[in-house]
Design a protein. Structure first.
Length: 335
């Protein structure tokens, strides 16, 4: 039974990812779905109950908000694997459905793109403001396209490619879908800590722990995404931009993804003026640019056509990873 289970599991992951992506396209998740709402409530409860502002409470809160749900998902996977291969497959698809997918962010991107194609900049700016909660009324059209490209690239990484990479690595060592859950929860938690409210304040200890954990967890996935974009895009420009411009971001992992994306599309995400920008003046500040960063200033000015190019780049990146997963599956089956 152990050999059969191992061989079944070796190709179950590929089918689970495929089924989850197809299911998400057919029946997209609503923003207020019960699972995500429950996790948001759980995060707030853990922070209110365990975050007392002490130096050692950061790890405790992160463990309760992120590590505990990951362990529960892993436990369910382990138990199901002992009794039913079909239930194990269904469980994996369900977990991936709630953690992996384009439709968790793409409706914002699609709405903005359609408005720009119709020449309705007012609607496009309002949609972007609703998406990122940042006003961009004073930014020119080319700047708007630049911001949409950058944020869409990061969303594709954090909701699709990064999740897929983490899932594959954890699955390869026999941990089932826990990698996907770890990646998405760590991302959500660090974002929640960055944008806290009066009702749910976050201590510096918890913020520091969340940031450090996210940097560690996102290190390999961000570079895998950058490599995928380089392979399926303009390879030489992507690698050159990766090497030269990734360091102009405060977050080195985000810098790798954005620099590679800009190079793969041969566009620039930076500001030639080099003038300091605040989050309100420039939404790119939300992606971690240094105040005088001039990333990719040698690239082309972003155009509306680059939005379609980004969609193609992301889809080719997903296909590349699916092919790699299929090859890994085939190798394990033959082994």
């Amino acid at each position: 039974m152990g050999v059969v289970t191992s061989r079944y599991d070796s190709h179950m992951s590929f089918l689970a990812v495929l089924f989850a992506l197809l299911l998400e396209q057919i029946r997209p998740l609503s923003h207020d779905n019960g699972v995500h709402a429950g996790l948001r409530g759980w995060t707030k409860l853990v922070k209110r109950s365990l975050d007392a502002g002490q130096a050692g409470h950061g790890l405790l809160v992160w463990g309760g908000a992120v590590a505990l749900p990951v362990l529960l998902v892993g436990l369910v996977h382990f138990v199901l694997a002992q009794y039913s291969l079909i239930l194990t497959f269904v469980w994996t698809v369900v977990v991936l459905y709630f953690t992996l997918g384009f439709r968790q962010f793409s409706h914002h991107f699609t709405q903005i793109r359609q408005a720009l194609e119709l020449g309705d900049e007012k609607t496009a700016r309002a949609a972007f403001a609703a998406w990122k909660r940042v006003s961009i009324e004073s930014i020119p059209t080319t700047g708007l396209v630049r911001h949409v490209l950058a944020h869409a690239a990061m969303s594709a990484h954090r909701h699709v490619l990064g999740v897929l990479v983490c899932f594959v690595f954890f699955w390869a060592v026999g941990l089932g879908p826990t990698g996907a859950v770890l990646y998405r929860l760590a991302d959500y938690f660090v974002t929640a800590c960055r944008f806290t409210s009066i009702e749910t304040p976050t201590s510096s200890s918890v913020k520091t722990t969340a940031e450090q954990a996210w940097q560690w967890i996102n290190h390999v996935p961000s570079r895998a995404t950058a490599l995928a974009f380089a392979v399926v895009g303009n390879f030489e420009e992507a690698v050159a931009s990766w090497r030269e411009d990734a360091g102009t971001f405060r977050d080195s992992n985000d810098g790798v993804v954005l620099a590679a994306t800009a190079g793969a599309l041969n566009v620039r995400f930076g500001d030639r003026s080099g003038s300091p920008k605040t989050m309100t003046e420039d939404p790119m500040a939300t992606l971690g640019f240094h105040s005088r960063a001039q990333a990719n200033v040698s690239g082309r000015e972003p155009q509306l056509a680059h939005l379609a190019s980004l969609v193609g780049l992301v889809w080719r990146g997903v296909v590349l990873w699916m092919l790699l997963l299929a090859l890994l599956t085939l190798a394990r089956l033959m082994g």
